[in-house]
Design a protein around this ligand. Structure first.
Ligand code: DGJ
Length: 702
């Protein structure tokens, strides 16, 4: 007898069915009418069989089983202690409903195994959180445990996952669905710039603003595996889990990380907004949510390892005058750290650079009205360090391993390593008023171990309990460790080491498929970018940073008066608007001109928006194409104003309405026709502000 259940929540419906074994998700998509009976859907969902195959389709269940002749990748790979493969045959034993979710428990009594699948729907963020837990009554070895396995849509030709590199994170890779497997696996021991654990499945015709799409994110920092498989019978499955064979020790309980999934009928933006809201409001726990995100100053690209108290004080004073509210002292303050070959692990202040400790600098920073943040790279050790000389056995990997940035990795699974790091970091945080830690991670592991990520999580959790007021930034040579697992313990990501505004625009535009502005660091870099060699105007640098959590990272002594004036003005704009932009939905616009990269930040209540339209290169056509907006009320009217952010010079000699003042238009026209922006040079950004005009009929009488 087939049993069936439906789960409605977060603007979507899932239907599960079971013939006595592990349930399968037989429908996932737009909310179905209440009258749709899951039993009837199960009956209607039975596929035909034909020649040359089994007499029924083996279930594409929440954990497809090899023991049931499933022709694709199984959801579980398990071995006995002696290495013998275990092939469980699970039976459904119970299901349990909560207010917002459903759970299924299945067991194989002969093997003493229970596997549980949980789903929880968040109505406000439209996110489903799914997890698989395996419990065994004897020690077993785990090769692979997929989070609940879901079907991929049949109405899709392509899938989008993510590649990347240092200074080039979040590169979407579109590949065609075809028979077989698309496999992505991060075996570097961290989520990694090359392997962001996310997947988007756009259905036919979907764009940023329109159509149907599904999206997945695996919330784990230790390296993941994704399998997108099309079977010979045409069915498609998506599996996410920890990278294979990263659970080194045998155990009796294993669990997947949370898998976050969502479905949208408003294009990729629908998925993006669900992730932005869920990460901001459900994953990240800000120490003081009411505190406005402060403008950062970070010392890295101004002084690198050359720390000089007088110079740093001067820089701090200048940064404060530009509008900075938090001063972050980056790498170089500890041990004998004059370059990147030494001292990681020796977390005591370098008395050569700071003879009276950090207090004089911190006091100066505070006197300038800023708070103080400090850089650490806790999980690493330099072979040239007192820590390594005292504990060479605390490292991971063989003695003759290839180093990364001249450093080794500490074994975070060892309690004594975590205790040592806790004591060293806590000593500094207790001695000074520090409200921010930049937590870096600049090399891959010698081999991936799930225990390493769990050890890091444990250290972070302990520090957060002891120092609840301290915000933490996740950095890994830029965006090498960005995922919901680390964001549950940190409050900001350093998205990329590229402060090149043009590159940053692209990276932050694509990262917005998952990340909200409030946690995405973006800094105004040096005039001549240190990682690309490109020279860019202050306006484009400042307006790029102003699209996310804003900061500065150049040496303020290099600024001309004109550059400083522009930066002060943009920073003031950011401060004046952060109360709503840091909670806005970031909507990627479907720009008709590939030279224009545009996004619309929409206030939560729909009352206002700002559009950032960046001209990243010269257009193919003469005049700007209209830029369609999105997510407006078609019946409402909006007043639109162009800020004076790009000087078009003699390029613009016409009179588009936006040039001459306020424009008023309906949401319908703005979305179906779009705005005509004035001509502009490449490497400039137009900033357009919009306000919904109150409807006189609905205004309260005065
Ligand atoms: C890599 C980071 O991404 C940079 O921002 C900086 O903190 C350096 N490490 C310091 O070594």
């Amino acid at each position: 007898m087939t049993q069936a259940w439906r789960l409605d929540g977060g603007g979507q419906t899932l239907v599960f069915a079971s013939d006595g074994g592990i349930p399968s998700c037989i429908y996932w998509g737009a909310t179905l009418p209440a009258a749709d009976d899951p039993q009837a859907i199960a009956w209607a969902s039975v596929m035909d069989v034909t020649g040359g195959m089994l007499d029924a389709h083996p279930p594409l269940s929440l954990s497809p089983e090899a023991s049931r002749s499933f022709p694709g990748q199984p959801g579980l790979v398990l071995r006995a202690l002696d290495g013998t493969p275990l092939l469980p045959v699970f039976r459904l034993v119970s299901h349990h409903r909560s207010d917002s979710g459903i759970a299924f428990a299945c067991s194989d009594a002969a093997l003493g195994l229970t596997i549980t699948f949980t789903f929880d729907a968040d109505a406000r963020t439209r996110m489903l959180t799914c997890r698989t837990v395996l419990v065994s009554d004897r020690l077993v070895r785990l090769g692979w445990l997929a989070a609940p396995v879901l079907p991929a849509p049949q109405q899709a030709r392509e899938m989008i996952d993510f590649a990347g590199r240092w200074c080039g994170e979040f590169q979407p890779v579109a590949s065609q669905w075809s028979a077989g497997i698309r496999l992505r696996e991060s075996r570097t021991g961290r989520s990694g710039p090359a392997d962001f654990p996310g997947l988007i499945l756009p259905c036919l015709g979907a764009t940023n603003c329109h159509g149907e799409a599904f999206a997945f994110h695996y919330g784990w920092s230790g390296g993941h595996r994704m399998v997108a498989e099309e079977l010979a019978d045409g069915r498609r499955q998506i599996q996410f889990g920890h990278a294979v064979d990263t659970e080194i020790a045998p155990g009796t309980r294993f669990e997947s990380a949370p898998l976050y999934v969502t479905h949208s009928t408003t294009g990729l933006n629908g998925c993006a907004v669900a992730f932005q809201r869920h990460i901001r409001d459900r994953i990240v726990a800000m120490p003081d949510p009411a505190r406005p995100r402060p403008v950062h100053y970070n010392s890295w690209e101004s002084v690198y390892f050359r720390h000089d108290l007088t110079v740093l004080k001067d820089i701090a004073t200048r940064a404060a005058r530009l509008g900075a509210e938090r001063f972050v002292l980056d790498d170089g303050w500890f041990g004998q750290r004059d370059d990147d070959r030494t001292s990681l692990g020796d977390w005591t202040v370098d008395a050569r650079k700071y003879p009276d400790g950090l207090a004089p600098l911190i006091e100066h920073v505070h006197a300038e009205g800023m708070s103080f943040g400090l850089w650490f790279e806790p999980e690493m050790v330099s072979p040239d360090s007192d820590l390594y000389r005292a504990h060479p056995d605390w490292t991971l990997g063989p003695d003759d391993q290839t180093l990364g940035r001249h450093q080794m990795v500490l074994d975070m699974s060892r309690a004594e390593v975590r205790d040592h790091l806790y004591a060293a970091i806590a000593a500094i945080l207790s001695a000074h008023a520090i409200d921010y830690v930049k937590w870096d991670h600049n090399r891959v592991l010698p081999a991936p171990y799930a225990d390493q990520a769990r050890g890091t999580y444990a250290l972070l959790d302990r520090l957060r309990v002891a120092f609840p007021g301290v915000e933490i930034e996740s950095c890994a040579s830029g965006g090498g460790r960005i995922d919901a697992g680390i964001l549950a313990r940190t409050h900001r990501v350093w998205l990329s080491d590229s402060n090149d505004a043009l590159e940053r625009l692209r990276i932050q535009h694509d990262a917005a498929l998952f990340l909200p502005g409030s946690v995405t660091g973006s800094h105004v870099g040096p005039r001549r970018c240190h990682t690309s060699g490109r020279t860019l105007d202050m306006a484009v640098r400042a307006w790029t940073a102003a699209q996310r959590h804003m900061g500065f990272e150049m040496d303020p002594r290099e600024l001309t008066e004109e550059e400083a004036t522009t930066l002060r003005a943009v920073t003031q704009w950011w401060k004046d608007n952060r109360h709503w932009t840091m909670r806005a939905d970031i909507l990627r616009l479907d720009s008709a001109d590939p030279a224009v990269l545009a996004e619309q930040q929409m206030a939560e209540d729909g009352s206002r928006f700002v559009v950032f339209a960046a001209k990243v290169m010269a257009s193919a056509q003469i005049a700007p194409r209209p830029l369609r907006l999105t997510a407006l009320d078609p019946a409402a009217r909006y007043s639109i104003a162009l800020r004076d952010t790009a000087d078009p010079g003699r390029l613009s000699r016409g009179a588009p309405a936006l040039k001459s003042g306020l424009l008023e238009a309906s949401g319908a026209w703005l979305m179906s026709h779009g705005l005509y922006l004035p001509c502009s040079f490449p490497e400039t950004i137009w900033v357009v502000e919009g306000q919904r005009i109150a409807d006189p009929c609905t205004e309260a009488p005065t």
